[in-house]
Ligand binder design. Structure first.
Ligand SMILES: Cc1cc2nc3c(=O)[nH]c(=O)nc-3n(C[C@H](O)[C@H](O)[C@H](O)COP(=O)(O)OP(=O)(O)OC[C@H]3O[C@@H](n4cnc5c(N)ncnc54)[C@H](O)[C@@H]3O)c2cc1C
Length: 475
């Protein structure tokens, strides 16, 4: 149906759409457009695909190592749609419901397990049965129940008691919201803070409550599978980027790496892009570059984009630090364990997640501003101290190797006073924005990137003139 809007264009001549960036947003847009019958050219500046959700080969072990452990959730509907489209749904493993093992700062281990009840009763039931907390502390969860009611189907926007809807104008921080809802300090320490840090990658004192409430409304909304953890079962680039490239190429579309793009604009209309001196014409160009890369897309930034570029440049960036530790023996039974109150808040067992013989742990420090400047040796020592304090088996195991990975610009700031995030449409005809940082209402996640890519693709499809011929892809 949608394909009928596009004209027949021979491959490698003039694409209907050029997509800049080979990350989640880029492949979501490119594959949705290809599915709709458009001829697509995707251009990625780096030699490898995947953007901020990628993997590299560790020279020491030869293992494919992620740039940082990523977790998807049952409520990542657009991401799951992308995986289904490209035939990669079997590259993730679903955890039935949410079950989290947490080891607190004193070394006490407990399990928060959501019972098989309707949402959000499963959250309330899980916390009420959680023996890491006193009865009084558990009861405080009841005070957030009403806040988790979605305002409308599919909006993902929550209301809080008293009818105060959040908007991007709300200046309340996550901590202030938790305090306003009477959450016990220990429930915050053991549950809310690690959850918020994982979801927002920013301290609960800095991040805006509106984003957190949106996430909670999705996780604990009407869909009781929404809170399930969905773990990539392969290295990250094999999860979506390489399958999407193969899917596109098999359908006659083109994906180029080592292709840094400059966008070309004449009289506020996009004319195409320039890649290493070569002009590539297209009536539509979708940028999925991150916030800090938007200005550099233009030799001379157009006046109509000046405000968007200024806001993007002013948007703060937050780091994530991952330390990979290879032990001489298995040291944990679970796929992941929460370490609330520690520098590295989560530890993942890569053997349990993607298989392989080696005991490889991946330790994540979100919102890692305090440690990102440390040396590799310091980071490895800190991660090792955290895991040994929490897991007795790690104390007697020997470390074969440690590898620190810093992603200094993992996510953008969600502070209440952060500059406005842009819409997909710009003042330049034919030029659209996508990427996790576009105004999706979601924090910097794979799902935000997928939503933004699908949104840009839909705008291209809507913006095309009535069909004159039928697309080859839909015959
Ligand atoms: C360590 C880490 C852990 C994370 N954990 C999670 C998690 O558990 N769950 C979750 O949902 N999210 C997580 N995220 C966030 C998630 O990775 C991002 O939100 C998502 O990958 C962003 O995708 P994107 O396509 O919007 O942008 P990107 O992945 O940044 O893609 C943009 C692409 O554009 C390319 N590009 C830039 N400039 C040009 C140019 N001029 N020409 C051509 N190409 C260009 C870049 O090279 C890049 O490949 C994590 C991020 C990191 C770094």
């Amino acid at each position: 149906m949608l394909g009928a809007r596009f004209q027949i264009v021979p491959t490698h001549v003039t694409p209907d759409v050029i997509v800049i960036g080979g990350g989640v947003a880029g492949f979501s847009a490119a594959t949705a457009l290809a599915e709709a019958g458009a001829q697509v050219l995707l251009l990625e500046a780096r030699p490898g695909l995947g953007g901020r959700a990628t993997a590299f080969t560790d020279p020491g072990t030869g293992e494919r190592v992620d740039n940082g452990q990523h977790i998807l959730m049952g409520c990542y509907y657009d991401t799951l749609k992308l995986l289904a489209r490209i035939g990669a749904s079997d590259r993730v493993r679903w955890q039935a419901g949410l079950a989290l093992t947490m080891v607190d700062e004193r070394g006490h281990e407990s399990v928060l397990k959501l019972p098989p009840m309707a949402s959000p009763l499963h959250l309330l039931g899980g916390v009420l049965a959680w023996d890491a907390l006193s009865w009084f502390e558990r009861m405080s969860i009841l005070r957030v129940g009403a806040a988790l009611t979605p305002r409308g189907p599919g909006t993902g926007v929550a209301v809080v008691p008293g009818g105060q809807n959040f908007s991007s104008a709300s200046r309340e921080s996550v901590r202030e919201w938790l305090v306003r809802h009477g959450q016990a300090p220990r429930l915050c320490e053991l549950f809310w803070e690690p959850l918020a840090l994982a979801a927002l990658n920013q301290s609960i004192d800095q991040a805006a409550a509106s984003y957190f409430v949106t996430i909670l409304a999705q996780m604990f909304g009407p869909d009781s599978t929404a809170a399930a953890l969905v773990m990539p079962a392969v290295p990250l680039d094999e999860l979506y980027a390489e399958p999407a490239r193969a899917w596109l190429e098999a359908r006659g579309h083109e994906v180029r790496v080592n292709a840094p793009v400059k966008v070309e604009v004449v009289a506020d209309r996009v004319t195409g892009v320039r890649v290493r001196g070569e002009h590539l014409a297209a009536p539509w160009v979708i940028s999925t570059v991150p916030w800090h890369g938007l200005g550099a897309l233009f030799e001379s930034p157009p006046q109509s984009l000046a405000m968007t570029i200024a806001n993007a440049t002013a948007l703060g960036s937050l780091p994530i630090v991952t330390v990979n530790l290879w032990f001489d023996r298995p040291v944990m039974h679970e796929s992941l364990i929460g370490l609330p109150g520690r520098a590295f808040q989560w530890v993942f067992d890569r053997r349990a997640i993607i298989g392989g013989a080696s005991s490889h742990l991946s330790m994540i420090s979100s919102g890692a501003e305090a440690i990102v400047a440390m040396s590799n040796d310091e980071l490895i020592a800190l991660a090792l101290a955290d895991v040994r304090a929490a897991l007795p088996a790690a104390r007697i195991a020997s470390v074969r190797k440690g590898l620190a990975v810093r992603e200094k610009r993992s996510t953008f700031s969600l502070a209440p006073d952060a500059p406005a995030r842009p819409q997909a449409e710009t003042g330049i005809a034919g030029f659209l924005l996508a990427g996790d940082w576009i105004d999706t209402g979601l924090p910097a996640t794979i799902e935000s990137a997928a939503v933004s890519g699908h949104r840009a693709a839909a705008l291209v499809v809507q913006g095309l003139p009535a069909p004159s011929r039928t697309s080859p892809h839909h015959q």
